[in-house]
Design a binder for this molecule. Structure first.
Ligand code: HEC
Length: 378
């Protein structure tokens, strides 16, 4: 942790536990916004369960650099499923549009402050594991799909449909009857990394377990601890109706037991779970990512924004940016020339990447510097 984050944490320890709770609620909201397009600005708008919020969980699920992973994309109806990423860039949601640098949102940027603040209150205190799990969950943007706007919780219900049939985001609050309250942390971790439920059924790959299989066991267990620390909310979610049972999934590389410490490997893990490729990698005709053009720039799905070439090509990519400049951009949206990004990337930074620790932002930079340079412009 940086010294400024420590200072921040101190500052945040003083205000009452109420502030901690509010912060926690805010964090949840931020985390959960990262998916449903234009989710938050419309508290009044009752989301018809059928309006396929279809957010994050698109072909991006396949964004692991390994080419073998691609087939999924073909089973997920590519184009229609993408909104999250792009989210309709509703103007209000864009930090940069206001000119306020994203950085100002930062009490969360330390990754975990919420945990400690609540310790005093004795309620809802988050363990270190849960706080770290929450950090990972926010970076994935993963809880957006599960966020039920009516209930204000990750109680599921959002419907996804396509040629494969229909599935519903499950209730991932720890409600015993309708959620995952009766699952062990290990069972939750297996659902995240392998897509297997305790009863042995395979989840549909709209749930991005293919990407999450790069999480170490430790990190997946931390995410489980986080989910189990949430308030249980009862919400019975409809059963899925699929044309075919999803195939069993065996990751090309088995999830490591412990988190990676090498920055490049850590950066690869972060880029994979954050699914940067959903925007930055162009797709093939069948919707699968074009791995020859991995992170070499693409139009953001359902948007007019172009996600820049972030390979280390000197002319068309970010080869001339220093790792510090890349890391700073990831956390603040500030380009090396001091200007600020707007649009889809600004939104992602506000909702997710502004929370990156400095170390993790540098790991992402180190990884981006390590991938093949591809010359490509819009
Ligand atoms: C929702 C789509 C989206 C996602 C997801 C996304 N980006 Fe971006 N990114 C963009 C867009 C659009 C731009 C161009 C922004 C601009 O021109 O101001 C951009 C710009 C960038 C830039 C600046 C490049 C340049 O030359 O200006 C970097 C670096 C970057 N993204 C890295 C990442 C990384 C790393 C991730 C994943 C951790 C990621 N992005 C995830 C859409 C996205």
């Amino acid at each position: 942790m940086t010294s400024s984050s420590v200072t921040r944490q101190r500052m945040w320890t003083r205000p009452l536990w109420v502030a901690g709770l509010m912060l926690l609620a805010g964090l949840l909201l931020v985390a959960c916004q990262s998916t449903p397009p234009a989710a938050e600005p419309a508290p009044t708008e009752a989301p018809a369960p059928t309006d396929t919020p279809v957010a994050a969980e698109e072909p991006a699920a396949t964004e692991t650099p390994e080419a073998e992973e691609e087939p999924v994309a073909t089973e997920t109806p590519a184009a229609e499923e993408e909104p999250e990423v792009t989210g309709t860039p509703a103007a209000e949601e864009e930090p940069a549009a206001t000119g306020t640098p994203v950085a100002e949102e930062e009490p969360e940027a330390t990754g975990t402050p919420a945990a400690e603040e609540e310790a005093d209150s004795g309620e809802a205190a988050m363990s270190d594991a849960a706080a770290y799990g929450e950090y990972i969950a926010v970076l994935t943007g993963g809880c957006g799909c599960h966020f039920n706007r009516d209930l204000g919780a990750m109680a599921g219900g959002n419907r996804f449909e396509g040629p494969f049939g229909e599935v519903f985001a499950r209730n991932i609050t720890p409600d015993e009857e309708t959620g995952i309250g009766s699952w062990s942390a290990e069972e939750i971790a297996a659902a995240l990394q392998l897509g297997v439920r305790p009863d042995g059924t395979q989840l549909h790959p709209i749930m991005p377990y293919r990407a999450f299989s790069v999480l170490s066991d430790q990190e997946a267990l931390d995410v489980a601890a986080y989910l189990l620390s949430l308030e249980p909310v009862a919400n019975e979610v409809s059963e899925r109706d699929l044309a075919n049972e999803p195939a069993a999934f065996t990751p090309a590389v088995a999830p490591p037991a412990e988190p990676h410490t090498d920055p490049v490997a850590r950066g690869e893990m972060l880029v994979t779970i954050a699914r940067c490729g959903a925007c930055h990698t162009p797709t093939n005709e069948d919707g699968s990512p074009n791995m020859e053009m991995y992170l070499a720039g693409a139009m953001v799905p359902n948007s007019d924004d172009y996600a820049a070439n972030i390979t280390p090509d000197d002319e068309t990519g970010i080869g001339r940016w220093s790792e510090e400049e890349i890391a700073n951009f990831m956390r603040t949206g500030e380009f090396p020339d001091g200007s600020l990004t707007v649009g889809a990337m600004a939104q992602q930074i506000e909702r997710r990447f502004s929370r990156l620790t400095e170390e993790d932002a540098l790991a992402i930079a180190a990884y981006l510097k390590s991938i093949p340079a591809v010359s490509s412009t819009r």
